[in-house]
Design a protein around this ligand. Structure first.
Ligand code: FE2
Length: 259
C-alpha cells in the first residue's frame, strides 16, 4: 500500500503573522503539518496541488521549503494560479523533476498505480489552462509505466463545481482530461485543489476530488467569492493494486475566525 498526503492552497505570506481573510495562514499550515507528522509519519509521498504562496515571493517559498524539510525526499508539486513557476523552480530545485516543456509536473509509480501531476498554471490568470499536448504526453508516460491504474493531481478541477463564482475561474482545456477519463478506465482518481473545499464528482471511471485548503476555506454558494469559517485540512490517499481509498482530515482543535 502506498499512502499519499495531499495538501493544497497553502497561500503562505511573507510576514510570519500575516492573515488572509482573518486566517493566520502560516500558523494554520504549521498545525496541519504537525497533524500529518503525528498521524501520518510513515506516509510515502506528499503532494502539493498548488497555490504554495499567496504573494508569490521568494521569502514565502523559502519558508515553505524549510517547513517541509522532513518531506523533501518524497515531495511532489504542481503550481496553482497563486504560484510563480520561476521562483518555485529556484527554491525547490532539489525536489522538482526536470521538464523540457517548461511545466512543473511529476510522475511516480505506486503499488500498481501511475501517479502524475499536471501543471494547469496560466500566467496572469486565476483560471487554469491545460493543453492537448500535456494530456498526450501524460498518456504516453502512463502507457510506458505499464501500471494498471492512474491517479492524476492538478490544481484546477476539470469539472464544474455547480458554483457561479468557482466555475468562472475554472479550467480551460478541461475537456482534454475529461476525454482521457472517459476513454481510459485506468484513470480512476483525479485530486485537485483551487476551490478550497471538499467535493467529489465523477468523470468516466475517475473520482474527481477536491480538498480543503490548509488555511482559508470557501463555500461554492453565492455569486461572488464566499469565504467561510471552517477547519483547515488535508487528504490521505491510500493506493493498493486493488484500488484507492481516500479521506479528508480536518484540524478541528483550532479556533477559526468567522468567515
Ligand atoms: Fe487557492
Amino acid at each position: 500500500m502506498t499512502r499519499i498526503i495531499q495538501i493544497t492552497d497553502l497561500h503562505v505570506l511573507q510576514e510570519a503573522d500575516a492573515r488572509l481573510k482573518g486566517v493566520p495562514v502560516r500558523y494554520f499550515l504549521e498545525r496541519v503539518i504537525d497533524h500529518i507528522s503525528e498521524h501520518q509519519p510513515d506516509c510515502d509521498a506528499m503532494v502539493i496541488t498548488g497555490d504554495h504562496t499567496h504573494d508569490e515571493l521568494e521569502t514565502s517559498y523559502r519558508y515553505l521549503h524549510q517547513l517541509l524539510t522532513p518531506w523533501r525526499d518524497r515531495l511532489y508539486q504542481v503550481p496553482g494560479n497563486h504560484d510563480d513557476r520561476d521562483v518555485l523552480r529556484t527554491v525547490f530545485a532539489d525536489c522538482l523533476q526536470p521538464n523540457e516543456h517548461g511545466f512543473i509536473e511529476f510522475s511516480f509509480a505506486a503499488d500498481g498505480w501511475h501517479c502524475l501531476g499536471l501543471d494547469t498554471h496560466h500566467p496572469g490568470e486565476v483560471s487554469g489552462m491545460l493543453t492537448e499536448a500535456q494530456i498526450r504526453r501524460a498518456r504516453c508516460t502512463a502507457e510506458e509505466s505499464g501500471q494498471p491504474r492512474i491517479a492524476v493531481f492538478c490544481h484546477h478541477p476539470p469539472v464544474p463545481m455547480q458554483s457561479v463564482w468557482m466555475d468562472s475561474i475554472g479550467l480551460s482545456g478541461a475537456e482534454f482530461l475529461a476525454d482521457w477519463c472517459h476513454s481510459d478506465p485506468r484513470v480512476q482518481l483525479v485530486c485537485c485543489g483551487h476551490v478550497h473545499h471538499e467535493s467529489e464528482h465523477r468523470v468516466g471511471e475517475a473520482s474527481v476530488l477536491t480538498t480543503p485548503s490548509t488555511g482559508v476555506q470557501f463555500s461554492p454558494e453565492g455569486d461572488v467569492p464566499n469565504f467561510v469559517a471552517d477547519y483547515p485540512g488535508y487528504r490521505v490517499i491510500e493506493l493498493t493494486p486493488a484500488g484507492a481509498s481516500t479521506r479528508v482530515c480536518r484540524i478541528s482543535e483550532l479556533s477559526i475566525p468567522e468567515g
